[in-house]
Design a binder for this molecule. Structure first.
Ligand SMILES: [Zn+2]
Length: 326
């Protein structure tokens, strides 16, 4: 053993040391080309970052068929998380393909930064770098295992483009099939590609939509109140009585419903405003009944106090002078 116990090697030292070992590896007594496939177990772990590099720690080999080279190769999986394949005719220290790097990924990711001044070491290091690049390409290619994933990913992205303000929950309602498919087969991707619109639990409120709908309802309620035979004052309470969900018109909620709020501000009547409307109503009644129209009669019919708001008094005076002029 070239490794001293209790001594920690840096990954690069480890690699370089092992690269040097290559010169002697063929002399190892366990190397035997004549064996049908591979030597008897255990086999060598070829993870250059592990502390057991080139040690015989792998208990078994799986013989698999490689469709690319159309022959049987060995798949070696070490407990350290590193897996690789080797062709039967190759040296015990050669890797045909890296299959998994497990927890060692951060080390392999930095493999590009490792160099050596020794040309043969460099060649071997470059080979390992290339194997790692091939492994990453193969891993990327194999990711969408289901052929429909690509199609559904596209559909989902299209939905997001079409409805930029919709949450996942709402998009799910629009196209349940796409959502369910991706959720089942491509969850990781789906989670990375969700709209940034926030959900408030599952019952997310689309305030704009509610505002539009409520505005129509409030307009209808206003019309209904104004059409009543006997004048009814337009207040938030009288409107609430006419709509399906009165609690939507709470003060707190109205802050999120700008169109409805503005409309309500315009139609809600102050007491003098409502009194003026009552005066007009009283005038019409008195006219219909051919009664003498005086200030007193108007005020009585409109149920107004003797002394009322100046704006109301002005309106009464206007009605009387107009009436007397006719
Ligand atoms: Zn290992």
């Amino acid at each position: 053993m070239v490794k001293k116990h209790n001594q920690v090697f840096s990954p690069i030292k480890h690699i370089l040391l092992i690269l040097l070992l290559k010169q002697d590896i063929k002399t190892f007594h366990f190397y035997n080309r004549d064996f049908e496939y591979f030597n008897d177990p255990p086999y060598h772990c070829l993870n250059p970052f592990s502390d057991h590099y080139m040690e015989r720690v792998i208990e078994k080999v799986d013989i698999i068929h490689c469709s690319r080279i159309k022959k049987q190769i060995g798949l070696f999986h070490c407990n350290c998380g590193f897996s690789f394949t080797r062709k039967p005719e190759d040296d015990v220290n050669s890797i045909y393909q890296i299959k998994s790097v497990g927890q060692w990924e951060p080390f392999f990711e930095k493999i590009e930064s490792y160099n050596s001044l020794n040309p043969s070491e460099m060649e071997r290091l470059n080979d390992l770098k290339q194997k790692y690049i091939n492994y990453k390409i193969a891993k990327k290619r194999s990711r969408p295992k289901n052929p429909n994933v690509k199609e559904y990913r596209e559909k989902w992205l299209e939905l997001m483009r079409k409805y930029p303000h919709y949450s996942s929950e709402k998009l799910r309602v629009i196209d349940h099939k796409v959502y369910t498919y991706l959720y089942r087969h491509d969850k990781e991707w789906l989670n990375k590609n969700r709209p940034k619109v926030k959900n408030v639990g599952k019952k997310e409120v689309d305030w704009e939509e509610r505002d539009n709908n409520l505005l129509l309802e409030v307009k209808a309620a206003y019309k209904k109140i104004m059409e009543k035979e006997k004048p009814t004052r337009i207040t938030i309470y009288s409107i609430r009585r006419e709509i399906e969900r009165p609690n939507y018109l709470s003060k707190k909620t109205l802050n999120k419903l700008p169109k409805t709020r503005e409309y309500l501000n315009n139609i809600i009547e102050t007491v003098p405003e409502f009194q003026i409307r009552r005066v007009h109503y009283a005038f019409e009644i008195l006219q219909k009944e051919n009664k003498t129209i005086t200030e007193y009669a108007l005020k009585k019919a409109a149920q107004l106090p003797t002394h009322c708001d100046q704006t109301v008094q002005d309106e009464i005076n206007k009605i009387l002078s107009y009436h007397q002029a006719c």
